[in-house]
Design a protein around this ligand. Structure first.
Ligand code: ADP
Length: 297
């Protein structure tokens, strides 16, 4: 029977500078990137879907077409008169900076359209992130977490990347409280140590893992750049080494691709250590090329 991976969040229009000075249009966003990479690493017996909300304008339709073409099944509510968010990458003296237009994006209302979550069952995985939480209203966050709780009770495994982005939150305390609440519905948590340490004062990766185990996770996978990945299950903590990337061109989506490698491994029944190695190998290839979506083949 087909198993399902459903990622929930916001996909945005990406305007990226090209060599000729013009901008090329693409589509990206953390939860969508994870779905995109998932489609590339999981076998055909796993359906990869993306749940969000879009507008009814041309660029929203193009986004949906892009997902279809990438093999990611769109579960998108179409909200009349609305549109999708956009970000633009600027390159100045080799440094990249990002500008965002996302405050009116349809995805902010995705929590009003969670029916597909109720159709998941045992063996399926639902994924969301701290960015998914950040774009929702307080009531929307509550609805999403309720849906995740019910799915979990129905045997769905819930995966969560805290993806701390202070700019998306009114203040750090609100972000930390919402992220820890998000973690309470998750079986698998995939935090990045550097961000966690700066907002939760974690002394080391073990402290990050402990905090999420205490919140109720069964498996915590702590990413830490080129340093070893920490795998923590209740009563069992160990490190998985990360091979140095042969070249670092652009670290965008390192964490998103890592998540996909780990989660596809786990869905295929691999041990967490094997799945973490696959995640690290995929992320190392992704940071060796420019852009969020790098074909790993
Ligand atoms: P995020 O992108 O979420 O901030 P990290 O920077 O910790 O996350 O990176 C995610 C994963 O990408 C790491 O666990 C590792 O597997 C891989 N990675 C990141 N930087 C490097 C690097 N310099 N060399 C090899 N692998 C890396």
């Amino acid at each position: 029977m087909t198993r399902r991976f459903l990622s929930i969040g916001e996909c945005m229009v990406e305007m990226a500078p090209r060599e000729d000075g013009a901008f090329g249009m693409g589509f990206a966003g953390d939860a969508f990137n994870t779905a995109w990479y998932m489609r590339r690493c999981a076998g055909d017996e796993i359906e990869v879907g993306f749940l969000s909300a879009i507008g009814d304008d041309d660029v929203s339709r193009r986004m949906e077409d892009f997902m279809q073409a990438a093999g990611v099944r769109p579960y998108l509510a179409v909200l009349p008169g609305r549109s999708v968010g956009l970000y633009l990458i600027s390159l100045r003296d080799g440094e990249r900076s990002f500008s965002y237009w996302r405050s009116a994006s349809a995805a902010r209302d995705l929590a009003d359209h969670l029916d597909e979550v109720t159709r998941l069952g045992p063996g399926d995985v639902a994924f969301f992130s701290g960015i998914t939480l950040a774009i929702l209203s307080g009531a929307g966050r509550d609805r999403l977490l309720d849906a995740m709780c019910q799915a979990r009770a129905a045997g769905v495994r819930i995966a969560f990347d805290p993806n701390l982005r202070p700019r998306l939150w009114p203040d750090g305390a609100t972000m930390c409280a919402a992220v820890m609440e998000g973690a309470t519905v998750a079986d698998i948590v995939l935090p990045s140590f550097e961000d966690e340490a700066s907002w939760f004062d974690d002394a080391d990766t073990a402290a990050t893992a402990r905090r999420y185990l205490d919140a109720g996770a069964g498996l915590v996978v702590v990413k830490d750049g080129a340093n070893p990945v920490l795998l923590a299950e209740p009563g069992n903590v160990r490190e998985v080494p990360v091979r140095p990337a042969p070249r670092i061109v652009d670290t965008t989506a390192a964490g998103d691709s890592f998540n996909a490698g780990v989660l596809s491994g786990l869905m295929n029944g691999e041990a967490p250590d094997v799945a973490a190695r696959a995640g690290a190998a995929l992320a190392a290839r992704v940071i060796g090329a420019r852009g969020a979506l790098v074909d790993p083949d």
